[in-house]
Design a protein around this ligand. Structure first.
Ligand SMILES: [Zn+2]
Length: 143
């Protein structure tokens, strides 16, 4: 028995006679066989993405979606960290600016207190400006 002759109506290949398929259509039977064999493989043995079945592809998509979401979350966290760091830098610049334009009596004693009391930059600025204002009210207004 001869193999079935497959010929596509949309095929642009040429054959020697109208009853024989072109080489592309002749190879289609082998492609169909290969596809059938692949479809029968246990998907637990398939490791190559190009050979995933539908279920494996869905699992892969779900896994990739999870990774994308993790990356989005990581990006949001990094953006928040950068924003927080920028605020910190701005506060330290403010302290630097303030100390450059104001006299703060006992400034050197403020640092160990700030460290022990765990003041942030904002609180440190509030404290030094309050002291400065107390002793030198005629200077530039405190922050
Ligand atoms: Zn053909």
């Amino acid at each position: 028995m001869s193999p079935p002759v497959i010929h596509s109506d949309r095929c642009l290949g040429r054959s020697k006679s109208p009853k024989t398929p072109c080489s592309w259509c002749a190879a289609a039977a082998h492609d169909v066989d290969a596809l059938r064999d692949r479809a029968q493989e246990l998907f637990s043995y398939v490791r190559v993405e190009e050979r995933f079945n539908h279920e494996q592809t869905l699992e892969k998509v779900a896994h990739l979606k999870e990774q994308v979401n993790e990356l989005k979350l990581e990006t949001v966290n990094l953006k928040r960290s950068v924003a927080s760091a920028r605020e910190d830098v701005a506060e330290f610049k403010e302290i630097f600016q303030y100390l450059g334009t104001h006299s703060v009596p006992g400034l050197h004693r403020m640092f160990p207190i700030a460290l022990a009391q765990r003041w942030g930059a904002k609180k440190f600025l509030e404290r030094i400006s309050a002291i400065s204002w107390q002793f030198y009210p005629a200077e530039l207004p405190p922050v």
